[in-house]
Ligand binder design. Structure first.
Ligand SMILES: [Zn+2]
Length: 157
Protein backbone atom coordinates (compact mmCIF):
# COMPACT_ATOMS: atom_id res chain seq x y z
CA UNK A 1 0.00 0.00 0.00
CA UNK A 2 1.24 3.48 -0.82
CA UNK A 3 1.02 5.89 2.06
CA UNK A 4 3.31 6.64 4.95
CA UNK A 5 5.88 4.16 3.60
CA UNK A 6 6.14 6.00 0.30
CA UNK A 7 6.79 9.28 2.11
CA UNK A 8 9.50 7.70 4.24
CA UNK A 9 11.12 6.35 1.08
CA UNK A 10 11.12 9.82 -0.43
CA UNK A 11 12.73 11.32 2.68
CA UNK A 12 15.41 8.62 2.76
CA UNK A 13 16.03 9.10 -0.95
CA UNK A 14 16.40 12.91 -0.68
CA UNK A 15 18.69 12.60 2.36
CA UNK A 16 20.71 9.90 0.56
CA UNK A 17 21.11 12.03 -2.57
CA UNK A 18 22.12 15.05 -0.48
CA UNK A 19 24.61 12.95 1.48
CA UNK A 20 26.11 11.57 -1.75
CA UNK A 21 26.57 15.13 -3.08
CA UNK A 22 28.22 16.25 0.19
CA UNK A 23 30.54 13.21 0.24
CA UNK A 24 31.44 13.87 -3.40
CA UNK A 25 32.26 17.56 -2.71
CA UNK A 26 34.35 16.51 0.26
CA UNK A 27 36.27 13.93 -1.80
CA UNK A 28 36.90 16.40 -4.63
CA UNK A 29 38.12 18.93 -2.04
CA UNK A 30 40.45 16.41 -0.38
CA UNK A 31 41.85 15.24 -3.73
CA UNK A 32 42.36 18.84 -4.86
CA UNK A 33 44.20 19.73 -1.65
CA UNK A 34 46.26 16.52 -1.74
CA UNK A 35 47.14 17.25 -5.37
CA UNK A 36 48.30 20.72 -4.44
CA UNK A 37 50.40 19.47 -1.54
CA UNK A 38 52.06 16.89 -3.80
CA UNK A 39 52.66 19.52 -6.49
CA UNK A 40 54.15 21.93 -3.98
CA UNK A 41 56.47 19.25 -2.58
CA UNK A 42 57.59 18.25 -6.07
CA UNK A 43 58.16 21.78 -7.30
CA UNK A 44 59.38 23.03 -3.89
CA UNK A 45 56.97 25.94 -4.08
CA UNK A 46 54.39 27.39 -1.72
CA UNK A 47 50.97 25.70 -1.52
CA UNK A 48 48.67 27.67 -3.77
CA UNK A 49 45.01 28.28 -3.03
CA UNK A 50 42.41 26.03 -4.66
CA UNK A 51 41.69 27.03 -8.25
CA UNK A 52 37.92 27.55 -8.21
CA UNK A 53 37.65 27.93 -11.99
CA UNK A 54 38.95 24.42 -12.30
CA UNK A 55 37.03 22.95 -9.34
CA UNK A 56 33.55 24.39 -9.95
CA UNK A 57 32.87 22.59 -13.28
CA UNK A 58 34.05 19.30 -11.73
CA UNK A 59 31.65 19.83 -8.82
CA UNK A 60 28.72 20.75 -11.10
CA UNK A 61 29.23 17.81 -13.47
CA UNK A 62 29.63 15.42 -10.55
CA UNK A 63 26.43 16.61 -8.90
CA UNK A 64 24.48 16.33 -12.16
CA UNK A 65 25.71 12.75 -12.64
CA UNK A 66 24.89 11.91 -9.00
CA UNK A 67 21.36 13.31 -9.28
CA UNK A 68 20.65 11.46 -12.56
CA UNK A 69 22.02 8.27 -11.02
CA UNK A 70 19.95 8.84 -7.91
CA UNK A 71 16.70 9.28 -9.90
CA UNK A 72 17.49 6.10 -11.82
CA UNK A 73 18.15 4.20 -8.58
CA UNK A 74 14.95 5.59 -7.07
CA UNK A 75 12.94 4.23 -10.01
CA UNK A 76 14.52 0.82 -9.58
CA UNK A 77 13.96 0.97 -5.83
CA UNK A 78 10.31 1.89 -6.27
CA UNK A 79 9.82 -1.19 -8.40
CA UNK A 80 11.31 -3.47 -5.77
CA UNK A 81 9.59 -6.81 -5.21
CA UNK A 82 8.85 -7.42 -1.54
CA UNK A 83 8.83 -11.19 -1.97
CA UNK A 84 12.20 -11.81 -3.65
CA UNK A 85 13.75 -8.39 -2.77
CA UNK A 86 14.92 -7.77 -6.32
CA UNK A 87 15.00 -4.18 -7.57
CA UNK A 88 13.37 -3.03 -10.77
CA UNK A 89 11.22 -6.16 -10.73
CA UNK A 90 7.63 -4.94 -10.71
CA UNK A 91 5.72 -4.37 -13.93
CA UNK A 92 2.30 -2.74 -14.01
CA UNK A 93 -0.33 -5.29 -15.00
CA UNK A 94 -3.49 -3.23 -14.75
CA UNK A 95 -5.07 -0.18 -13.20
CA UNK A 96 -8.65 -0.27 -12.01
CA UNK A 97 -10.86 2.47 -10.63
CA UNK A 98 -12.02 1.21 -7.25
CA UNK A 99 -14.40 4.02 -6.43
CA UNK A 100 -15.42 7.53 -7.28
CA UNK A 101 -16.55 9.98 -4.68
CA UNK A 102 -17.92 13.47 -4.87
CA UNK A 103 -15.86 15.79 -2.73
CA UNK A 104 -15.55 19.44 -1.93
CA UNK A 105 -12.16 20.91 -2.67
CA UNK A 106 -10.99 23.98 -0.83
CA UNK A 107 -9.54 26.50 -3.24
CA UNK A 108 -8.14 29.92 -2.68
CA UNK A 109 -9.73 32.48 -4.94
CA UNK A 110 -7.98 35.78 -5.51
CA UNK A 111 -10.03 38.89 -4.97
CA UNK A 112 -9.26 41.69 -7.35
CA UNK A 113 -10.23 45.33 -7.47
CA UNK A 114 -11.30 47.26 -10.57
CA UNK A 115 -7.67 47.67 -11.65
CA UNK A 116 -7.25 43.87 -11.64
CA UNK A 117 -4.89 44.09 -8.70
CA UNK A 118 -5.06 41.35 -6.10
CA UNK A 119 -6.50 42.75 -2.89
CA UNK A 120 -6.89 39.55 -0.95
CA UNK A 121 -7.87 35.92 -1.05
CA UNK A 122 -11.02 34.05 -0.20
CA UNK A 123 -11.39 30.36 0.62
CA UNK A 124 -14.16 28.63 -1.22
CA UNK A 125 -15.30 25.06 -1.61
CA UNK A 126 -15.90 23.84 -5.14
CA UNK A 127 -17.23 20.44 -6.20
CA UNK A 128 -14.72 17.88 -7.31
CA UNK A 129 -14.16 14.18 -7.79
CA UNK A 130 -11.93 11.80 -5.91
CA UNK A 131 -11.00 8.67 -7.79
CA UNK A 132 -9.38 5.76 -6.02
CA UNK A 133 -7.21 3.66 -8.30
CA UNK A 134 -5.86 0.22 -7.67
CA UNK A 135 -2.66 -0.71 -9.48
CA UNK A 136 -1.68 -4.33 -9.76
CA UNK A 137 1.99 -5.04 -10.26
CA UNK A 138 3.64 -8.35 -10.98
CA UNK A 139 7.22 -9.29 -10.28
CA UNK A 140 8.95 -10.39 -13.47
CA UNK A 141 11.23 -12.73 -11.52
CA UNK A 142 9.01 -14.58 -9.06
CA UNK A 143 5.49 -13.69 -10.22
CA UNK A 144 4.53 -12.10 -6.90
CA UNK A 145 1.54 -9.77 -7.20
CA UNK A 146 1.59 -6.43 -5.40
CA UNK A 147 -1.30 -4.06 -5.11
CA UNK A 148 -1.06 -0.32 -4.57
CA UNK A 149 -3.91 2.12 -4.24
CA UNK A 150 -3.70 5.80 -4.88
CA UNK A 151 -6.23 8.61 -5.03
CA UNK A 152 -6.45 11.48 -7.42
CA UNK A 153 -8.55 14.57 -6.83
CA UNK A 154 -9.88 16.65 -9.65
CA UNK A 155 -12.06 19.72 -9.65
CA UNK A 156 -14.60 20.91 -12.14
CA UNK A 157 -12.61 24.10 -12.75
ZN1 LIG B 1 9.75 -11.11 -6.88
Amino acid sequence: MIGRGANMKKVIWIIGTGAACVVYSFLVGVIAIAGQIITSIRTHSEIQSVNQDFLNPIMAVGWAVLIILSIWMHKRWNAKCHACKRWNALKLLKTEVLKQEKISVLVELKQRNLNREVTGTQDQYIPGKRKTYQDTYQCKYCGNLEICTHTEDSTSI
